[in-house]
Design a protein around this ligand. Structure first.
Ligand code: BG6
Length: 485
């Protein structure tokens, strides 16, 4: 296929670009995975020329790449870039960008990718200006990549989508959720659908409940400006965690093409039982970290308002009212300043129906678990019960654990995979608007209730596993949060 000839990064000097996009592009270039004809244009408000931009990258990248930074390779990488100053609402600057794009280049060129690594509030102005400058390239298939958060709630996401569609066709739009680029997330599909051992038990007949945990040790760092009016529900649950949930719960798609996959994910999101307004706090709980072993409290972080009610932790329970999952609770939990970086999907199986060992010294037999660790450890893990050797009839848990990656296999970063897909025009791992919309429909009742209740938020010490009260979401006494692998 004919790839794009230009890849334009808006917000090139920002955190996302410096921490994620540039390192990913560096690796792709180093490994010869970028089309020969591809050139990059870095765009930001700073009145720089290309040499200044290259000096900026030289300053930033060594820290991000560590020992993978290599001077010679950096020079090759850096030569692929030019720089154009664009103040987002200045039409003349888009004229400059257009001139840069029109410069003759060698090789087969088809279209342009515009990556909007900018503040969400600027999405609309940038897309209008691109179109105004004649750069939307409907006929050539130019592409626009939009980062999360896509909207601030259901209404604003609908408005944003409407606005995007006035300037770009749906096939041109790539809504990115970098969790879908993680190999371990894609492995969930393989684990489920390539193993006859697994798929038959992946349903309400065998699964007692499902837990999806994304725990982070970091606090909000320098991101108060963004986070304090976003909160963990919008930042993590509406997008990354809803995506994880839909991959865990979806039916096998008819094929592996973009639309078949996305159709199945949307069916899951549409089947999530709406949380009634009056019962929000029975289904969801928010909390904020206070001072603790690992640092100061959230309200003492630089840039956070003194009486902020923004949640840094969310735990919630959802039911998927379909044939496969009816009655099985899905418990989702995410938080900042928790004791470990750990993202995992854990499925607890039901107890065997016959209590055969009741009369023996085995007082209690632990249930089986399937635990898929997504990061930082990438592993699959099944817990069975086995007899403790000896005369007594006692059991112990026998963990069967397999690492997802063999020694020496370098993990392909989520952004590397996704950037390559944009360049190759593959939408499978990008979000269609109906997925965004239905995820907002799921979390919107919670957002609305919390925005009205401004007098109480749970607290947990920084460095702990969150508030005790999160356990009250469980449907039965023998369910508890699984923190360990
Ligand atoms: C981002 C959120 O989308 O994902 C951050 O805005 C969060 O708050 C990050 O820390 C987590 O991503 P990862 O890949 O480090 O798990």
């Amino acid at each position: 296929m004919i790839g794009p000839c230009h890849f334009v990064i808006f917000g090139a000097t920002g955190d996302l670009s410096v921490n994620k996009l540039l390192p990913a592009l560096y690796y792709l270039q180093r490994e010869g995975r970028l089309p020969e004809s591809l050139a990059f244009i870095a765009v930001s408000r700073r009145p720089w020329d290309t040499a200044q931009w290259q000096a900026f990258m030289r300053e930033q990248l060594p820290e991000r790449l560590g020992e993978d930074f290599d001077e010679q390779n950096f020079r090759r990488f850096s030569r692929l870039f030019s720089y154009v100053q664009v103040v987002h609402d200045c039409p003349a600057h888009y004229g400059e960008l257009k001139l840069e794009l029109a410069k003759p280049r060698e090789g087969v060129c088809a279209n342009v990718v515009f990556y909007l690594a900018v503040a969400p509030a600027d999405f609309t102005v940038v897309v209008s200006q691109l179109d105004g400058a004649g750069l939307s390239g409907r006929l050539f298939g130019n592409r626009v990549v939009v980062e999360k958060p896509f909207g601030y709630d259901l209404d604003t996401s609908l408005q944003l989508n409407h606005h995007l569609h006035q300037h770009f066709e749906e096939e041109q739009i790539y809504r990115i959720d970098h969790y879908l680029g993680k190999e371990t997330v894609q492995n969930l599909l393989v684990f489920r659908f390539a193993n006859s051992l697994v798929e038959p038990i992946w349903n309400r007949n065998y699964i007692d409940h499902v837990q999806i945990t994304v725990a982070e040790t970091r606090g909000i760092g320098a991101r108060a400006g963004y986070f304090d009016h976003t909160g963990a529900l919008r930042d993590m649950v509406q997008n990354h965690m809803m995506q994880l949930l839909s991959v865990v719960a979806m039916e096998p798609p008819a094929q592996l093409d973009a639309d078949a996959l996305r159709d199945e994910k949307v069916k899951v999101l549409r089947s999530i039982r709406p949380i009634p307004k009056h019962a929000v706090n029975q289904f969801a709980l928010r909390a904020q970290y206070g001072a603790g072993d690992s640092g100061p409290g959230y309200r003492d972080e630089a840039g956070v308002t003194a009486n902020s009610m923004t949640e840094t932790y969310v735990a919630a329970k959802f039911y998927i009212d379909n044939w496969r999952w009816s009655g099985v609770p899905f418990y989702l939990r995410t938080g900042k300043q928790l004791p470990h970086d750990r993202s995992m999907v854990s499925l607890r199986l039901k107890h065997p129906p016959q209590q055969l060992f009741r009369e023996t010294t085995m007082e209690h037999v632990e249930p089986n678990w399937i635990v898929l660790s997504l990061q930082p450890e990438e592993s699959m893990h099944i817990e069975l019960q086995a007899k403790v050797p000896g005369l007594d009839m006692r059991t112990r848990t026998l963990p069967l654990r397999a690492s997802f990656r063999s020694d020496g296999e370098r993990p392909l970063g989520a952004y590397e995979a996704l950037l390559l897909d944009v360049i190759e025009g593959d939408h499978s791992l990008f979000i269609r608007f109906d997925e965004v919309e239905w995820s907002w429909r799921v979390v919107d009742p919670i957002l609305r209730t919390w925005s009205r209740e401004t007098d109480y938020i749970h607290s947990y010490p920084a460095g702990s596993w969150g508030p005790e009260a999160a356990s009250r979401l469980f449907d039965s006494d023998d369910q508890r949060w699984r923190n360990d692998l």
